[in-house]
Design a protein around this ligand. Structure first.
Ligand code: CA
Length: 219
């Protein structure tokens, strides 16, 4: 349940998505046009499709429509520009697809991918992530310390999620930036350090260790 077809003609975004998916244990295949995307999606070799709308050959709407006409039940997550969200939602009605508006945060995309794959396979998985006294409810996106709810922003939650998911592993600032802030980040930014500070204040100072010369780790 981890073979993902990425149909995206913008190389920078395709590479960003594929790299991130690989790091999360998925097996991505990238194609850059709608016709190939449709053929690959129909091959039976994939578990989920991430589909751009503006594509050469055949646009994403047509790809989705044809997949459904052919009876393909494959879960599809559509990538769309922020200013055309309304059109997209209208066009997706009945297409049984999810959508993400660009620019998107990788953590959010992965959360949707996991959710879609889970819905498809109906496997029972634990919706909680925990480290020490801290527990994250991934379904409701709520955080708890000792069963007391703590108010986290979406970005704080995403940062806590990626750190706890990779518990025991040191993650670099660059990895955290690309996971939580998306592909339009400034590698020189200190925003990761600032947000780690927020999380330590809200969830406990000893939740996150600083790993000198590398980044951060949840022990
Ligand atoms: Ca495009």
């Amino acid at each position: 349940m981890n073979r993902i077809l990425v149909v995206e003609d913008e190389e920078r975004i395709a590479a960003f998505v594929a790299k991130g998916l690989r790091a999360e244990g998925f097996t991505p295949t990238v194609v850059g046009d709608g016709i190939t995307g449709f053929d690959y999606a129909m091959s039976g070799e994939f578990d989920l499709v991430i589909l751009d709308i503006g594509l050469p050959g055949m646009d994403g709407f047509t790809v989705l429509k044809r997949l459904r006409e052919e009876g393909s039940p494959l879960p599809v997550i559509v990538l769309t520009a922020r200013d055309s969200v309304t059109d997209t939602v209208a066009a997706l009605e009945g297409g049984a697809a999810d959508y993400m508006s660009k620019p998107f945060r990788f953590a959010e995309l992965v959360a949707r991918v996991r959710l879609r794959l889970r819905t498809t396979s109906e496997t029972v998985v634990n919706d909680d992530l925990a480290a020490g006294d801290v527990r994250l409810d991934l379904r409701s996106r709520r955080a708890f310390v000792d069963d007391r709810e703590v108010d986290l922003s979406a970005r704080e939650f995403a940062l806590a999620e990626v750190l706890i998911r990779h518990r025991g592993q040191a993650l670099s600032r660059e990895q955290l930036l690309s996971h939580v802030w998306g592909y339009d980040f400034d590698p020189g930014s200190n925003v990761v350090d600032v947000y780690v500070g927020y999380l330590r204040r809200k969830l406990g100072a000893d939740l996150i260790d600083t790993v000198r010369g590398i980044g951060y780790r949840v022990p």
